[in-house]
Design a protein around this ligand. Sequence first.
Ligand SMILES: [Zn+2]
Length: 85
Amino acid sequence: MTGGVMTGDVMTDGVMTDGVMTKVETIRCPNCGKPAERHYLLRQGLGPTQLVQTQCAACDYLLISCSETGRVLEAYAPGIAAHNI
Ligand SMILES: [Zn+2]
């Protein structure tokens, strides 16, 4: 027990970058069911507007939506997008 050295927690409970607070949560991919990441982007100074970005490295699923209005800003899912082209 020497102390004196601050080692941060392993948890990524919020990182502030250029006025944007980012929180990362591990969820299950709604497309393939594998572990995926959900990023919460809280923009300071822009009221309650919060973007939620869900991304899956296993199947390239991507969904960006606004948690305030529920509007989907960007979405991509393999198999779904291909049919619309
Ligand atoms: Zn997936």
